[in-house]
Design a protein around this ligand. Structure first.
Ligand code: DHB
Ligand code: FE
Length: 279
């Protein structure tokens, strides 16, 4: 049977991808951040997942503001990097896992999580940067990828509570898939940041650290954080953290933190990375 063997919460700052793409990840600005990724890469190398489910958000790349699904599940054979204005990143095309993706689609929808089904979905930095963080720049990603896209850019985004419940549903659906697969779930985005308006550049380290402290043992408490509190405490883009709650939900009732890295600043954000394992 398929099994969820780990969860990764990580920022998806586009400049982190650009640092790798432009060969400057070792310079004075970026090296402290990348130094913290080395241990995360060793963990996933040892963990050897077959499939990763990446809960992330699109930034008006695959979906323009004309059409915004709250949750979109990628069931395609492949997912190409999106053109975000400077041409697509020169990273591998992600290979999907249509059988597991359709198993998720069927069981989520029949259990009343009304997913949009995406047969074509270019993937932007919300998905490709976390892959680069974990796998560097290989010729092909060493895992199959199921993208699960969440709207956090147009009000109203789903609540943290709904994302946690979605993750919990994913846990039981993956466990009912008959192939022997090792599955890791990613939640990407955050941590505190604001890219626009008067408070552009806001970072709240106390909020971020408390979120990390509570993620393994108190996801239901974190799920009570509402949108206004995210905006007030973590900036207008801090709401991306709801995707970390989907990841946490997918690990089941009990989880333990095996690694944490937190670094300020990375571009306009506080960059966080956490690795959790189910207990
Ligand atoms: C930045 C961070 C993000 O999460 C994002 O989606 C875009 C930009 C930034 O810090 O520049
Ligand atoms: Fe983002």
């Amino acid at each position: 049977m398929a099994r969820i063997v780990g969860g990764i919460g990580t920022s998806h700052v586009p400049a982190i991808g650009a640092a790798l793409d432009n060969g400057i990840s070792g310079n004075d600005y970026w090296s402290p951040l990348f130094a913290g990724y080395a241990r995360a890469r060793r963990w996933i190398d040892a963990c050897k997942p077959d499939v990763v489910i990446i809960v992330y958000n699109d930034h008006a790349s695959a979906f323009s503001l004309e059409l915004i699904p709250t949750f979109a599940l990628g069931v395609a054979e492949t997912f190409a990097p999106a053109d975000e204005g400077f041409g697509p990143r020169q990273v591998p095309v992600a290979q999907g896992h249509p059988e597991l993706a359709w198993h998720l689609a069927e069981n989520l929808i029949l259990n009343e999580f009304d997913m949009t089904i995406a047969n074509v979905m270019p993937v932007d930095h919300g998905l490709t940067v976390p892959l680069s963080i974990m796998f560097d720049q290989p010729a092909a990603w060493p895992v199959q990828v199921i993208p699960l896209c969440v709207n956090v850019i147009q009000y109203p985004p789903p609540t943290g509570k709904r994302c946690l419940a979605l993750g919990r549903a994913i846990a039981s659906i993956v466990a009912s898939f008959e192939q022997d697969l090792r599955v890791v779930v990613f939640g990407t985005g955050g941590m505190s940041h604001q890219l626009q308006g008067e408070r552009a550049g806001v970072i709240n380290q106390a909020f971020d650290k408390a979120f990390l402290d509570r993620l393994a043992d108190d996801p239901d408490g974190l799920a009570e954080i509402g949108h206004v509190e995210y905006i007030r405490e973590a900036g207008s883009e801090g709401v991306e953290l709801v995707m970390w709650l989907a990841m946490r939900g997918a690990l089941g009732e009990r989880a333990k933190e095996v690694y944490r890295h937190y670094h300020v600043p990375a571009s306009n954000t506080a960059a966080g990375l956490v690795i959790l394992e189910p207990v």
